[in-house]
Each structure stands twice: as C-alpha cells, then as structure tokens.
Write a protein of this length. Structure first.
Length: 381
C-alpha cells in the first residue's frame, strides 16, 4: 500500500488551455471551415477546426477533426499531438498518451518543446493514465506511463512514489528502494515518501531501517516552521501528514515492543487531528493492540460517528467491547455492522461469542452457524 490510511488517493486532471474560451455559433464555424479549406488545405483546416471545437468544449467533435488531420497527413507529428490533447480533455487519458507518443516518435525533438509548453499539463495526462493502470493492476503499463510523466515533472513526488509502488508490485525491490531514496533527495520534505519507504522496510522485515526512516519524518513534522503556513488547505494537509507520521511511528514502536513510547506518540496524533476519521481509526487500533480495550472504544465510536457506514469502524468497536466484556454493547455494534453488510462474516462470530457469554445459547448457536456458512461462501468465490 502507498498509505497507512484507508482513504483512496485520486489525482484530478487540471488542463490549462492558456487563454479565454471562445464560443462560436455553428454558422460561423461552418463558414470559417470553408474559408480555411480554401486557403490552407485539408490538413490545416482540420487542425484549426479541431482547435475551435476544443475552445467550444466540444471534445468529441474535436477528436473527429484531428483524426481527419491524421488521415490527411499521417507523418505530421502535430496532428497526433493535437489528437492527444483532445482525448485528454475528454478524459480518455490512455488514448491521449498513445497519440502523444506517436507524435514524439515522429519527431523526438518535440518532447523538449512539450516540456516547455506551460499551456497544457502533459504531466497530468500521463500520470492519470498511469493511475488507471494501477487501479487495474496493470503495473507494467502503469510504470511506462508514470516514467513518461517524470519527463515533464522530474521532481514530482507523486509520480516517484507511484513509480516505486509499481516496482514493488513487479518484484523489483531494489529499484523501489532506490526510487524512494531518490525522492527523498529531490523532495526532502515530502512526508509520504518516508512513510511509504517505512512500509517497504516493514514488508522487507528491516525493523531498524523502518524505525529510523520514520524518526527522520518525525523531525520534519516537528520543525517549528512546518505548520506555519497561511493557506488553510496546506495547513490541513500538513496536520494530517503529521498525524500520519505519529500513527505509523507509534505502530512501529508497538511492533518493536516499546508500548510506552508508542502511546506517547499516538496521543500526539489524536491531539493534532481529533476530528479525522483515519487518525481516530489508527489510534484505536494502537490502543487495541496495547490491550487498552475500553480506551480503544472512544476513537472507534468517533469513527462511526464521523462515518455511519464505516464497516471496519463498527467491527473494531464491537471487538473492543467484546474484549472488555461489554457484551451487550458488542452485540449492538455487530448488529449495526451486519445491517450495513450482511456478508461481514466475522461479525456473526463475534456476536455469537457475546451471546454465549450472556447465556443466550440459541442465539449464539444461530449466529455461529450463519458465520460459518458465510465464511464458506467467501472461500468458494
């Protein structure tokens, strides 16, 4: 995973067309097209018409015009570049990448010109295409697109982190580690990179390296200037990143059998972001692992208060109550979870245990039987 939190990363494409959008009525568009056809010839007419359609935000029509331009002059790299732009505006990022690559292959020097083109966000096109491949678990294709995105933004921490992620999925661990380290060199204050590298070390069972890299991240977020920013969105993001570092470091310290030190770190996280669902969830997990079950109840209750459909929140709330021998509360949490997701098999098992402890043997037997059947269905899928 790229993040210790459960939120899904999504990159939105913002394309700057570099100027005010101009709208033309259909009659003027047709008239202009005939004039261009007469004076400039087919290929130029198609490109110019396509540009007009882009200004009108009629991207399907623009695509058709640029396709005709490609047919009219298939060796002209500009036709492919413009067709790629039209596909990008249509949010068909993979096709946009293919056409842009065709244009570059016809004139390799064009790449340098595209890098300097501030009117269009080529990085976003290739990055978003890569993300689509990541979602589809097509990591070799994702790698190709993300590598190209770095031609346009060599210091993009987002691209570099996902590049390392693809290396991991392709079992190229040495390349992944090198990429994470390179990212830290290029963007030393990008906290996500430290957390992702720590996760890599955890999977690789490099305990000392994992703890050391997170302590470096802690130094960044505890710098007095880290939270001295005027932009509210940046401040909010940095607070969440700080909490993320504390949570991950706390969990590492727990695994390294340093519970007292871990708890001190985790308290800082919840103090910093008391209304953040993910911070509360991870804090609850830490307390649960410390066997502080009733203490864990509070953050888990906060999770389901912030998101009434959070299945994991209800599951761990029920589990914490169960461990704390609060059986009626455990049954209530499990029941709520099963209302949200009747196929959450573990909730039946936990509720069966609570029912048994309360002496409700018939209800316990029924839940246990349903839970076992549920698990069988899951295994047979």
């Amino acid at each position: 995973m790229l993040s210790i939190y459960r939120d899904v990363y999504e990159e939105l494409l913002t394309l700057n067309r570099g100027g005010e959008v101009k709208h033309f009525n259909n009659f003027l568009l047709v008239l202009l097209s005939f004039i261009l056809l007469f004076f400039l010839g087919c290929q130029s007419q198609y490109i110019t018409a396509g540009k007009i359609y882009i200004d009108q935000e009629n991207y399907d029509a623009a695509i058709e015009q640029f396709k005709k331009a490609v047919e009219a002059e298939p060796q002209n790299h500009e036709t492919y570049i413009w067709l790629g732009k039209a596909y990008a505006y249509r949010k068909l990022y993979e096709e946009a990448c293919k056409q842009t690559e065709k244009g570059i292959s016809l004139d390799p020097k064009k790449l340098d010109a595209l890098k300097k083109d501030i009117s269009f966000n080529y990085w976003a096109v290739f990055f978003n295409a890569g993300m689509k491949h990541v979602d589809n678990k097509e990591f070799d294709l994702a790698l190709k697109r993300i590598e190209r995105s770095l031609d346009f933004e060599p210091k993009s921490a987002q691209s570099l982190n996902y590049l390392a992620y693809c290396f991991i999925k392709l079992k190229r661990d040495d390349d992944a580690e090198k990429t994470y380290k390179k990212t830290i060199e290029l963007v030393p204050d990008n906290v996500d990179t430290y957390v992702n590298l720590a996760s890599f070390y955890r999977i690789s069972e490099k305990k000392e390296e994992e703890e050391a890299i997170l302590k470096k991240a802690r130094k960044i977020v505890e710098n007095p200037d880290w939270l001295k920013v005027e932009n509210e969105d940046i401040l909010k993001q940095r607070k969440k990143e700080t909490s993320m570092v504390y949570i991950e470091l706390g969990n590492v310290l727990l695994r390294h059998e340093k519970p007292e030190e871990a708890e001190k770190v985790l308290i800082k996280a919840i103090e910093l972001s008391p209304e953040d669902k993910d911070v509360n969830f991870n804090y609850g997990i830490a307390l649960y692992e410390l066997n502080k079950y009733m203490d864990a109840v509070t953050p888990f209750k906060k999770v389901v208060l912030l998101d009434s459909l959070d299945k994991e929140g209800y599951y761990y709330l029920g589990a914490a109550y169960l461990k704390a021998e609060k059986y009626n509360d455990a049954i209530e949490a499990c029941t709520k979870l099963l209302e949200i997701d009747p196929e959450y098999c573990e909730a039946y098992i936990n509720r069966a245990y609570a029912q048994r402890e309360l002496g409700n043997t018939d209800a316990a037997y029924e839940d246990a039987e349903i839970g076992i059947e549920c698990q069988k269905r899951r295994e047979n899928k």
